[in-house]
Design a binder for this molecule. Structure first.
Ligand SMILES: Cc1ncc(COP(=O)(O)O)c(C=O)c1O
Length: 410
């Protein structure tokens, strides 16, 4: 056992006990693959601002923020108040509500490419439905995506291989599904042209994260996105931006910053203010496929679509996220980037940091032992080194992070 693991296990006996109990009911003690790590994850019991407390009473600064969702941190008073108020009125019902109209309007103000929008319960649902819409609109089957991208856990998204040279597909995914998925190299115009070429006539959509999120916080270049815009237009396919994560990089999302307009956009995470959410929207002529008054509309049920609690939390969150708040968050992220870059240079560690808006990713050969060391030094960060800032953070938390990384690299 490594020193980092020993230290971690000494600090977290109650988490270990819960994990052992969970093994009796959940496969590998787990019900969310993306949050598992060896030897077991910490179990959280509370959060306030940018700090979260585990069952052993250990407090850490939360640079995961539920995989970038909690842009205002934990239990922001305005969000809590909005949810509590709504919970006392109407939690969910088989009826539309005014809050969904309001949240749709707030999102459309920020993303003018969205003329019409629909709400769902996760980013997974959002990308699945955007792809279905593209297929229905074009009458074609193939969808193209990029190595290193993540679009959720439905069969098409899960077909993206971890190894970019491997074929799309995976255990449990029918060949008929995987055969419709084309994977191209990210930010590589010639490689993408070659990968798409044989499938262009059947291409329904190209789906891309304009900033790779869990794939390392790597922005697509403006040239690459402009190339995709032109190629999809010429091929008669739709361009889908998956902004489930990247919407948090600025008031107008990544699309506002990179200057390319998609046909459809998928959203999730911050627009639900910490509650389960997804959304997809874009061109009115495509989204009109879902108009139940039309002939043969696309069905999109969902017992909890646009549920009032999520809508209330999302509205309270977006109301706080003014353009100035985005600027402040980004300035703090740049400060973090600078301090970490200096640390790597000073310690001669072969590492670097990528950053876009309030997102960042440590780029190191091995983040696993650093990850455990950070957990023992007061920091929550994803196992792959991806993290984000939230509005309650200041230079104090940035410095604590840099110091914990310094200790962890020793
Ligand atoms: C870019 C992107 N798309 C889609 C998803 C899936 O969202 P969800 O986990 O809400 O299903 C994620 C989740 O991390 C994501 O990062």
């Amino acid at each position: 056992m490594t020193r980092a693991q020993q230290q971690y296990e000494q600090l977290t006996p109650a988490s270990r006990a819960l994990f052992e109990r969970a093994l009796g009911s959940l496969p590998g003690g787990n019900t969310r693959t993306t949050i598992f790590h060896d030897p077991y994850p910490v179990y959280l019991v509370g959060g306030e601002g940018c700090r979260a407390t585990d069952v052993d009473g250990v407090e850490r600064i939360d640079f995961i923020s539920n995989y970038t969702s909690l842009i205002l941190g934990h239990c922001h008073p305005r969000v809590v108040e909005a949810v509590q108020r709504q919970a006392g009125r109407l939690m969910s019902a088989a009826a539309p509500n005014e809050l969904e109209i309001e949240l749709a309007e707030r999102i459309r103000e920020r993303l003018p490419s969205i003329e019409l929008i629909r709400f769902a319960n996760s980013g997974t649902e959002a990308t699945m439905l955007a792809l279905r819409a593209a297929r229905a609109f074009t009458g074609r089957s193939a969808i193209a995506t990029f190595a290193g991208g993540y679009h959720g856990s439905h069969d098409y998204a899960a077909s993206i291989p971890a190894d970019p040279s491997a074929s799309p597909g995976g255990r449990g995914i029918p060949a008929a599904v995987a055969d419709t998925v084309v994977v191209a190299p990210f930010n590589d115009i010639e490689g993408t042209r070659a990968a798409f070429e044989p499938r262009l006539a059947d291409l329904a959509a190209v789906i891309i994260e304009p900033v790779l999120g869990s794939g390392g916080v790597l922005p697509a270049t403006a040239e690459f996105l402009a190339f995709l815009r032109e190629l999809t237009r010429e091929a008669g396919a739709l361009l889908v931006f998956d902004e489930v994560i990247s919407f948090r990089i600025g008031y107008h999302g990544a699309q506002g910053r990179l200057g390319v307009t998609p046909d459809l956009t998928t959203l999730g995470k911050i627009i639900g203010g910490g509650l389960p959410v997804g959304a997809f929207g874009g061109r009115a002529d495509v989204m009109a496929l879902f108009d139940p008054r039309s002939d043969n509309p696309l069905g999109h049920g969902g017992t909890f679509n646009a549920n009032p609690l999520t809508m209330a939390a999302g509205l309270a969150t977006l109301a706080e996220m003014t353009p100035e708040r985005y600027d402040e968050l980004e300035a703090l992220a740049v400060e973090l980037w600078e301090k970490l870059t200096t640390l790597f240079a000073d310690t001669s560690v072969a590492g670097s940091v990528t950053q876009a808006g309030s997102l960042f990713n440590l780029q190191l050969d091995d983040t696993a032992s650093l990850h455990l060391a950070l957990l023992s030094n007061g920091i929550l960060l994803t196992g792959r080194g991806m993290g984000c800032l939230s509005t309650p953070m200041t230079t104090v938390e940035v410095d604590a992070f840099v110091e914990a990384v310094r200790l962890g690299l020793r």
